[in-house]
Design a protein around this ligand. Structure first.
Ligand code: D5M
Ligand code: FE
Ligand code: ZN
Length: 483
């Protein structure tokens, strides 16, 4: 099964959960995969993701008896892709958006209602008819928020039919409401005397349950997290990145470092592999490589220096060749063919959920941090991990709609954070930061790009050349400094 799975991944294909199951249950997964690969060769338009439907016809046709060619592979421990954003075509009509937000609302509402004290919660359209002060719990999507100088605040909560007003008074509640983001789904505890306005006593977010981590990893296995290489930019820190590659190869180092380097099995790159073209005004002036295909050629050249026994997982960032709205499909093969041809590279979408050695990794580039950080008073661009924790509490990767982060209104909201990860990895902000929240590691993996003139004009100060890595046996995070 392992050999079959690796053969598929090495050919650049992802496996849908259904196809994975079918493969697992088949009598001879290796020959099934080899006939699948043979079949795919004949297709002009190759799928990014292998679905159950690709495998089924091959099963009924009978399998070739010929054993597949031996696959030269470093020992792979255990990696399973749970989801990786297939990102199909979507038109984006009002109907699509309505369906998208209903899915977001309903699923987050059920998440909230699964708490014992919220089973009896109502939604704006099912508020009780009352004539005197009555306690209520209302779950709704935040459609507006106003904070007043005198310390009060009012938000509106809506479902698909109705809207109610929620009023907040007092310092403690003012602090709570300042953490409420637009388009989040929350539950308000309070009282109402008319069924239209609620005086809030508390706010509850979907949040993550405290996690008891069960690492079954015995020996030291390391996962290295990085992002925002921006290869092709004049500001890409070539020398420092080369030192990093040298470190991954275990060259020129003392025994303690070598012990770590030798046990790195995974390298995750959370987007912005290349600098792209036409991403910000006057970007050309700061490009060393002005052709997108050539940028990926250069990226593949660097990543080919990563030893084969390290699996490299890559998702797209806003500078990469993928569609702009979230969720994004994997970086397009047409532009990044050289990356796809590296045997140890796995290309996934944004967001992606991957199970590594029994631990769940949630990967996203972090584009929504552009909206979330300015919206929250305790968050800033120097400590992106704080905003990442707020996303965990919101159980959504991009709660705010209509600002800088565009969303594709797919029928199912794949930006809802479910399952609860063990590690939440993002980049984009160009500042590294690590935090632990309810047993979950939130890691922002910084950058390899020096400050661009655009970032200077925006007041963004990067912290480049620092790489977080996690020891899966004890969940300790350390950083490597290549400055
Ligand atoms: O993002 C690098 C950094 O620059 C990150 O902190 C976001 C910030 N950035 C990028 N574009 C914008 C705009 N348009 N407004 C505000 N801040 C921005 P990168 O994705 O690498 O360009
Ligand atoms: Fe970036
Ligand atoms: Zn970015």
């Amino acid at each position: 099964m392992k050999a079959a799975y690796n053969a598929l991944l090495n050919s650049g294909y992802q496996l849908s959960p259904g196809a994975f199951q079918l493969l697992k249950e088949s009598q001879n997964p290796e020959s099934l995969v080899s006939s699948l690969l043979e079949h795919l060769k004949s297709l002009e338009k190759k799928p990014l993701v292998i679905e159950r439907s690709h495998l089924e016809p091959l099963l009924s046709r009978g399998l070739p008896v010929k054993a597949p060619a031996a696959i030269k592979q470093p020992p792979l421990h255990s990696i399973q892709i749970i989801s990786g954003s297939e990102g199909g075509y979507i038109e984006g009509t009002i109907h699509d958006f309505r369906r998208y937000f209903m899915d977001r609302f309903n699923r987050l509402k059920e998440m909230l209602k699964s708490r014992a004290d919220m089973r009896d919660a109502v939604t704006p359209s099912s508020m009780p008819e009352v004539s005197k002060h009555t306690k209520v719990k209302v779950i709704g999507m935040v459609s507006s928020k106003k904070e007043f100088k005198n310390g009060g605040a009012v938000i509106e909560l809506e479902d698909d039919v109705d809207t109610i007003r929620v009023s907040f008074r007092g310092d403690e509640l003012k602090k709570k409401v300042s953490r409420v983001m637009l388009d989040e789904v929350i539950c308000v505890f309070g009282t109402t005397s008319n069924g239209k306005t609620v005086f809030a006593e508390d706010v509850v977010w979907p949040d993550v349950p405290p996690k008891i981590r069960s690492s079954r990893v015995r020996e030291n296995v390391y996962v290295v997290l990085t992002s925002d290489l921006h290869i092709g930019s004049k500001l890409f820190m070539r020398q420092q990145f080369e030192s990093f590659l040298k470190w991954l190869r275990g060259e020129d180092m003392g025994a303690p470092q070598k012990e770590i380097s030798d046990n790195v099995r995974y390298l995750i790159i959370a987007g912005d592999v290349v600098d792209g073209v036409g991403v910000y005004p006057n970007q050309e002036d700061e490009l060393l490589i002005k052709d997108l295909n050539k940028q990926y050629e250069e990226a593949a050249h660097y990543l080919s220096m990563v030893p084969d026994h390290i699996k490299i997982i890559i998702i797209p960032g806003n500078h990469d060749a993928s569609r702009p709205p979230l969720p994004c499909p994997p970086i397009y093969r047409d532009f990044a063919a050289p990356l796809y041809s590296l045997k140890n590279v796995i290309m996934l979408g944004d967001p992606a959920v991957v199970n590594i050695e029994g631990l769940t990794f949630l990967l996203t580039h972090g584009k929504s941090l552009d909206d979330v950080i300015p919206a929250l008073p305790d968050c800033n661009f120097k400590e992106p991990q704080k905003a990442m924790v707020e996303l965990l509490r919101s159980r959504h990767l991009a709660p705010i709609y209509g600002e800088k982060t565009s969303l594709a209104p797919e029928p199912r909201d794949s930006l809802i954070i479910d399952p609860v990860p063990d590690v939440f990895h993002a980049g984009h902000v160009h500042v590294w930061g690590i935090s632990e929240y309810r047993g979950i590691l939130a890691v922002n993996s910084g950058t390899w790009q020096r400050q661009t003139s655009y970032q200077l004009s925006m007041g963004i100060e990067p912290a480049p050349g620092v790489v977080p890595l996690i020891n899966l046996s004890n969940f300790k995070v350390t950083t490597l400094n290549f400055l």
